[in-house]
Design a protein around this ligand. Structure first.
Ligand code: BES
Ligand code: MN
Ligand code: ZN
Length: 508
């Protein structure tokens, strides 16, 4: 039995934040503006301590900074955490999300059981509407309070079983609006943490079979979500040659997980969106074995699949207007007597043949089958998301995903969702010149291109498995494996859950 993770709850309350009892009271401070009334009152009660901190240069109000004070009975809270919001003129929902995350992180480090968030009191509602403030604060609190410690024994890591976050505002109308946003933010926040937990589990625990069981359990416990799983026999019968080939060196055979959400009143004409997530539960490279250093990180090679799993959990609760299919091809890429080999020619679900040049370019081999299947299911828009190429990390770094596609409008919709959620993407090309590079001399395509532009050639390969659908591809290799910033809980950040959920919510 593993230990349960910290239970996080977020709610709103009408109150004077200085009068409310809590372990930690988090108050927002701008870097370029005079103190607001709450900070001023607080300063008075503390006998000018805050002014003194400012004078010393210890309180700058910059993002990612905070300052802990002990209240000494001046207020009801045990501790006061002044949290930097950055410049007032640059304030965005993401600043509040990050500030709430930092506050929650500090609270968990302090082993606090409760935190009051008073970060938005001086944020003008013309800049961000109050419901969006509530959503961002709730998402941030969920994100920051998360720790992956299910294998840590209690003696090693003593912390409370639960933390309660309360977003406080003195205005009744504002509280009503905050509550609306919190209801959404808690759902996306919880879905994101769920994706983080499954992603953080090792390859020994999460393999294609146990992952499929997890998805089925999720669907059982989530109203409006259905799950079917194609096992290896069914995959062979359907001639999903890519998914089968990648998993055939593993003791645990491949699966294709299909999750489904339908809005109420949906008809045959209701548009369907396909979200396809790569779940290589461990990527050793296969016969084209990876170097040993850092190979343990390849438990995160299922992160695209986890983004889809988490997004489907949120989508079933937030109920967008479109049908959504979540497809998760799951395979373990291992070297073994049964493995697929360099030189093999694999017939994919689409009928197209692929010459295997490198068994470590396995992600595209499982995605191509799932993408073709998504189109067959009737998805007019398909987004795949994957920790696909090291090249994307070289190009864009560890925190930003690449986005490529065959339809600029769809790419723009992903960019919009990215701006709204703070999960950052950058548009890269994948057109003809890159497709040319993926053609084989002995089969229709080959699975690896040359040395340069590896994310573009990988996406170009995938583009060949789409017929009429609008398609986009998100390469999240950087944020999937190395998304955590200094101070964040180590491990998965659940990248893609908010992005895909927001995309679906924006769909008509
Ligand atoms: N899962 C890896 C890509 C990856 C690397 C993700 C580092 C996250 C961090 C993928 O399966 C892979 O091995 N890609 C190869 C492709 C190459 C063999 C054409 C790569 O990027 O080197
Ligand atoms: Mn690989
Ligand atoms: Zn991989």
């Amino acid at each position: 039995m593993t230990k349960s993770l910290i239970k996080i709850s977020v709610k709103a309350q009408k109150a004077d934040c200085l009068a409310i009892s809590t372990d930690v009271l988090a108050v927002g401070v701008f870097s370029d503006a005079p103190a607001d009334s709450i900070v001023k009152t607080l300063d008075k009660k503390l006998g000018g301590k805050i002014a003194q901190l400012k004078k010393l240069g210890d309180l700058e109000g910059k993002p990612k900074t905070s300052c802990l004070l002990y209240a000494e009975k001046a207020v009801a809270a045990k501790r006061i955490l002044l949290v930097g919001l950055g410049k007032r003129k640059d304030i965005k929902a993401d600043c509040l999300r990050k500030a709430a995350s930092l506050a929650a992180t500090k609270a968990v480090d302090l082993k606090a059981k409760s935190i009051v968030l008073c970060l938005h009191s001086d944020v003008s509602s013309d800049k961000i509407d109050i419901a969006s403030i509530g959503q961002a604060l709730a998402e941030g609190a969920c994100f920051g309070a998360y720790r992956y410690d299910e294998y840590m024994t209690d003696s090693n890591n003593k912390r409370p079983a639960a933390i309660k976050a309360t977003i406080v505002d003195a205005n009744t109308k504002a509280v009503t609006q905050l509550k609306k946003g919190i209801a959404v933010g808690v759902k996306t926040g919880e879905a994101q943490n769920y994706a983080r937990t499954i992603a953080n589990r090792s390859g020994a625990v999460i393999n294609p079979i146990t992952l499929a069981k997890e998805a089925q359990a999720l669907a059982r416990n989530t109203a409006g979500l259905r799950c079917t799983v194609l096992d290896d026999k069914q995959l062979k019968a359907k001639k999903m040659g890519g998914i089968i080939a990648v998993g055939q060196g593993s003791a645990t055979p491949s699966r294709l997980i299909v999750l489904q959400y339908s809005p109420s009143g949906a008809t045959k004409k209701t548009p369907a969106v396909g979200l396809v997530g790569k779940a290589v539960t461990f990527d050793s490279g296969g016969i084209s074995l990876k170097p040993g250093a850092g190979m343990h990180d390849m438990k995160f090679d299922k992160s695209g699949g986890m983004a889809v799993l988490g997004a489907m959990k949120a989508i079933a609760q937030l109920k967008p207007k479109v049908k959504v299919y979540g497809l998760i091809p799951a395979a373990e890429n291992m070297p073994g007597t049964g493995s697929y080999r360099p030189g093999d020619i694999v017939t994919t679900y689409s009928g197209k043949t692929v010459e295997i040049q490198n068994t470590d370019a396995e992600g595209r081999m499982i995605l191509c089958d799932a993408i073709a299947y998504a189109e067959e299911l009737g998805c007019g828009r398909i987004i795949d998301i994957a920790t696909l190429t090291g090249a994307c990390v070289v190009a864009l770094g560890q925190k930003r995903a690449g986005v490529m596609g065959n339809d600029d409008k769809l790419v723009d919709q992903i960019k919009t969702a990215s701006d709204e959620t703070g999960e950052r993407v950058w548009h890269l090309p994948c057109d003809d010149e890159f497709v040319e590079e993926m053609k084989s001399k002995i089969a229709d395509l080959k699975n690896a291109g040359g040395r340069w532009g590896g994310s573009c050639t990988a996406a170009a390969f995938l583009s060949q498995f789409v017929d009429k659908a609008k398609w986009a591809h998100v390469d999240m290799a950087g944020p999937g494996v190395w998304g955590a910033n200094e101070g964040d809980a180590p491990g998965s950040v659940g990248f893609g859950v908010r992005l895909l959920t927001q995309f679906a919510m924006n769909c008509k």
